[in-house]
Design a protein around this ligand. Sequence first.
Ligand SMILES: [Fe+2]
Length: 262
Amino acid sequence: MFSLGANSLTSPRIQHFYDAPTGTLSYVVVDPVGGSAAIIDCVLGFSMQSGRTDTAPSDVIIDYFREHKLSLQWILETHAHADHLSAAQYVKAELGGSVGIGSGIREVQAHFAPVFNLGKSFPVDGRQFDRLFDAGAVFHIGELECEVIATPGHTNDSVSYRVGSHVFVGDSLFMPDFGTARCDFPGGDAGSLYESIRRLLELAGDTQLYVCHDYLPGGRELRCSCTVDEHRQHNLHMNEGVSKRNLPRCVPSGTQRSICQR
Ligand SMILES: [Fe+2]
């Protein structure tokens, strides 16, 4: 773990946590003035062998909150995750806070309810969450302003959270050497993902984009963020040389993690 310190009273303090089995990065975003904080994309461990869940990945974060005497205000999801379980409800029971997600979660629920045979009693209106964010919504973490940028494509409900010059992009982008996320889930769409990433890459070049996963390609060291400029120049799938007409071709579901190939 390493910490990115606050540059001014209006800048967040950011701490990342890495869950190696799923390659997931969770973030704690702190208002350095009052100690209010948000957790983004916390993980509940799951063993395929035993079928049991494991709270260890989020217990580390909960310990961090208690050690630093932080107040949890928001538990944020960048999207409905297919590769790991969310620890949002567990963390809420331990530390409080409100669980927020993009309002597109209603479409994701409507898609998946019949797939998983959840029955008519399963509500598909997002009521399981405390707050559904529409595109452009603004809320606060302490005194820090947080803007919701709709970034659908990987999933209908994908959003990015912008706090000043720091943006948490979920699975819209991976690090430049791994490209972009898959978009073959029900409701996913490569064209929408293209437009979403273009919106992100139109931000100021020195904006830091924080990814939700890093799979350490080639055995390199963990990286959790880089600038918009680095993506523009080097992203494997979505650099400045890629237009919507030569969009990476998608391969069938289940063949690999990142389905967009040149
Ligand atoms: Fe995802």
